[in-house]
Write a protein of this length. Structure first.
Length: 289
């Protein structure tokens, strides 16, 4: 259903997917292999088979949601209007958050750059740890709860993105030569107007870029990751520290206003509350681990 919805959004925006033949074959082969493995191992005869089956299911679902969300952001950006940067920066000013000073601090301390980049990219590391742990420990309820919450948060984020398209603080606040180009670069500035003007007709499936400024999906993810790991004693503090580092890196590397991050945290909390209300069968009270 999500894939159909994204397809309709793409059609409405006049966009198609661009996938090189070799990449298309590789992606198709990977999904077919995962589907076959999941089917063959549906009744595992050994513990390692169960672990493999569950890993394939969890990772396949999580990657599918991530991919669909990234593609959908292009369609949403193409049909959006205006930019919300002035409002977002105004709220930052009220909160006494100076993005330029934060950026200048990282530029003045080059040793922070690789650490910040690695921390920002850890958004892909934490779910691998969580899903691997759930598969190894046979925690199917917790895994499905986590995946469902990630899907719901992605939907809410895309809905809010229609209200708050933004260039990001680097594009809006910085003037003159750019001494350091963050991980998120100037993709919002370059791609959103081009998508609106139909200068871009094909979305490259390989090489998708983040276009969502508010809410910050890195912040959404961090809160969901910490919530998923918190009941598990052996993962609680490592996941908390890793995601705290990611959040500290997000303003510069993700070119996000502090307001983006606050809205992202609220999206995550609303998602968790909704899951508690609508999906009690997922058993949110995890076993201690």
């Amino acid at each position: 259903m999500s894939a159909v919805a994204v397809g309709l959004l793409m059609a409405e925006a006049g966009l198609t997917l661009s996938v090189p033949t070799l990449d298309a074959l590789s992606i198709t082969a990977a999904f077919l292999l995962a589907a076959v493995a999941r089917f063959v191992l549906r009744s595992p005869a050994a513990p390692w088979q169960r672990v493999l089956r569950d890993t394939v299911e969890y990772v396949g679902l999580f990657c599918s949601i991530s991919l669909l969300g990234a593609v959908a952001s292009y369609a949403v950006a193409a049909t959006s209007t205006g930019f919300a940067d002035r409002s977002l920066e105004t709220f930052d000013h009220i909160l006494r958050f100076d993005w330029v000073r934060w950026y200048d601090f990282e530029v003045a301390h080059p040793a922070l750059v690789p650490v910040s980049r690695i921390a920002y990219q850890s958004i892909f590391v934490t779910p691998a740890i969580l899903l691997g742990y759930f598969a190894f420990q046979g925690r199917k309820a917790e895994a499905r709860w986590f995946i469902a919450s990630f899907w719901l948060a992605a939907v809410i984020t895309l809905l809010l993105f229609t209200c708050f398209p933004a260039q990001g603080p680097l594009g809006f606040l910085w003037h003159g030569p750019i001494p350091y180009m963050p991980t998120s670069a100037m993709y919002q500035v370059d791609l959103i107007p081009a998508l609106r003007d139909h200068a871009i007709r094909a979305v490259p499936l390989v090489g998708l870029h983040g276009l969502v400024s508010a809410p910050s999906f890195h912040t959404v993810s961090a809160v969901l990751y910490i919530a998923a790991a918190w009941p598990i004693a052996r993962l609680r503090w490592p996941i908390l520290l890793l995601n705290a580092a990611m959040l500290l890196a997000t303003p510069v590397e993700g070119t996000h206003y502090l307001t983006d991050m606050i809205v992202g945290a609220l999206v995550a909390l609303a998602t968790l509350a909704t899951m508690m209300l609508l999906a009690p069968r997922f058993v949110p009270a995890y076993r201690a681990g």
